[in-house]
Ligand binder design. Structure first.
Ligand code: 13P
Ligand code: SF4
Length: 354
């Protein structure tokens, strides 16, 4: 979408006034009007590392969603302030696992006599509370670009994994990348007594998957894969591992947003691609590679933008930057000290994965 020239000018002026005091991070799913002001772009793993690598910036303006800003706060120094331009930019998947629910789940695992064998692995897309729970119980965080390495590590520490909150990433990694079977996985439903599972089912499982999903990626279906193959002969189907298992099983390539970008960069001219991830990124890639004669389409035209990623728009970014330039700290995301300590432990285990 073309951005308002007046707002573009104001964002540029405020950023210039702030100079090195501000560092703007942009997730790949952000709008173009926002991405143009990002000092770096990346997937959630890359951005977590980039945030930690900017100790000189007093303000980290995070153009992404709440859990990413929390992670940036955890990984940066105490004197660095992380700002989320719109506090309503949450993540429906992260909201599917609350601290109370996860504590209750741990009680259920304890009752079943298996808690000691279970290592929690939590997707980056979770609140700081869930990351702290993970760190406290000897687990690690993972992202879509290192989920297999995180699970390999976890199965060296224990016999079972509690994977939360995205059941699809957990199942896809276990079954597609690690040779486990669908029967090795059970789904823990926090809205049912005992997660809807018997103690026997819990004892037999290797992967206990939290019943969460992404409201965007969860909407791609096997029908969309079949339809695009019919519509575009020779098309390569490339999807994010937050998609449902049957979609991932039917796709040609599966990976994180960084993987998707690299795959398209390496693709030969004349190739055709249907992409199952967030629409802002797919549109940007379609435009970028059009001149190289790579045809890129969105896997399912009925799926829409991530509405919370889209909360960060140019007006919110301008407001945040201008406020900071005037010396007013707005929308700071600050994780409390105790949560931070345990969450950091889990994040650092991830950063140390081979
Ligand atoms: P990645 O950035 O790890 O690919 O995750 C996708 C996502 O849904 C972020 O919200
Ligand atoms: Fe959350 Fe999905 Fe949006 Fe990512 S794309 S922020 S996982 S709802």
């Amino acid at each position: 979408s073309p951005s308002d020239p007046d707002l573009v000018e104001r964002a540029r002026a405020a950023k210039a006034k702030l100079g090195d005091k501000v560092f703007v991070l942009g997730h790949h799913y952000q709008r173009d009007e926002v991405i143009q002001f990002a000092d770096v772009t990346g997937d959630s793993f890359k951005l977590a590392r980039d945030a930690a690598a900017r100790p000189q910036a007093e303000y980290i303006v995070f153009c992404g969603v709440h859990f990413m800003a929390e992670s940036a706060d955890i990984l940066t120094g105490d004197d660095q302030k992380v700002v989320l331009p719109d506090l309503a930019a949450g993540c429906s998947m992260a909201d599917m696992a609350t601290a109370e629910q996860v504590a209750e789940c741990w009680d259920v695992l304890t009752e079943a006599g298996i808690a000691e064998q279970v290592v929690p692995v939590s997707y980056m897309n979770s609140s700081a509370d869930i990351k702290a729970f993970t760190g406290k119980h000897g687990g690690t965080i993972c992202t879509s670009s290192n989920a297999q390495r995180a699970l390999d590590w976890a199965f060296q520490q224990g016999e079972k994994v509690l994977f939360l909150p995205d059941q699809h990433l957990g199942r896809n990694t276990a079954v597609r990348d690690m040779g486990m079977s669908l029967e090795d996985c059970v789904v823990y439903n926090p809205h049912r007594p005992n997660g809807g599972l018997t103690a026997e089912e819990l004892r037999a499982a290797k992967m206990i998957l939290w019943r969460g999903h992404c409201s965007v990626h969860g909407r791609f279906s096997l029908d969309s894969v079949n339809e695009v193959r019919e519509r575009i002969p020779g098309v390569n189907v490339l999807v994010h591992p937050e998609c449902r298992h049957e979609v991932v099983a039917a796709a040609d390539y599966v990976g994180s947003t960084e993987y998707i970008i690299k795959t398209l960069e390496a693709a030969p001219a004349g190739s055709k691609w249907a992409i199952g991830t967030e629409l802002n990124l797919v549109r940007r890639l379609a435009n970028r590679f059009a001149s190289e004669d790579k045809e890129i389409v969105f896997l399912d035209r009925t799926v829409c933008f991530c509405s919370t990623m889209n909360r960060i728009d140019l007006p919110h970014l301008v407001w945040a930057l201008e406020s900071l330039a005037e010396g007013t700290l707005v929308n700071r995301i600050e994780v409390d000290k105790e949560t931070e300590a345990f969450a950091k432990l889990a994040l650092e285990r991830m950063l140390a994965l081979p």
